[in-house]
Ligand binder design. Sequence first.
Ligand code: KIV
Length: 284
Amino acid sequence: MKPSPIKPSPIKPNPNPSRSVPSMTVPKLVAQKNEQKIVMLTAYDKTMASLLDDQADVLLVGDSLGCVVQGQATTLGVTLEQMIYHAAMVKQGASKALVVADLPFGSYQKDAADAVDASIRMIKESGVSAVKFEGGLGVCESISRVTAAGIPVMAHIGLTPQSFHAMGGNKVQGREAEAAEKLMKDALGVEAAGAFAVVLEGIPAVLAAEITAALSIPTIGIGAGPKCDGQVLVINDLIGLNESAAPMKFNKEYCAVRTHIQAAVSQFAMEVRDREFPGPEQSY
Ligand code: KIV
């Protein structure tokens, strides 16, 4: 049987993205290294972006939306059109924070020309300020070409969810000496290629501290210990919005929004069934 051709996404990116200039810029963020810890949070739509904008230095439109918004097991199915669609919404809700968007799996891995094309589309069609993509030495040429096109690049090394199958799952990386040495080379490589910051995900805290000390660009950790120059969490994890029965060790749930939503909805359902809602106050 012939494989069915991949259908283009029906989602059309916003032709008129917000071009507002945020007060946080790439040079200001880089200058925060050694001065003030960087706060980065994911956001996937305007409402959440506007709630986070005041506290976050960076809003990341992460391809983690494949899992926490779309309900997929991995990020691998997320398309560039979907990322642009969400990035444009986040940009609408952010006036202060720097908005950075992930390039999804398949949009940049083939060669540097693809990475430049995908990055230009992201910037033009969503209005965000920078892109992020996963990989170390293997994507350095792409980082150089994208930055040469005037687009700031945030790198992402260690546990890179787009390599889910190659890693055998979302597992901590760099535990053995050889793997740790390779990660240090990746970090130095992405800095030399022109990345303005690097996400360190799922690596031992000691290694993250060594990498942070060796680089002049900021490191932003997730599951990488306290010595990184900044920290990022997936917002749905932080506020307790997910169904997930087994939370990741590195996450800290600061509230349990899911429980509040369930309680509110159950109250609404009861009032509708008991004919209490709508009352006179909600009626015209
Ligand atoms: O996709 C994402 O949300 C990310 C962060 C976890 C760093 O890459």
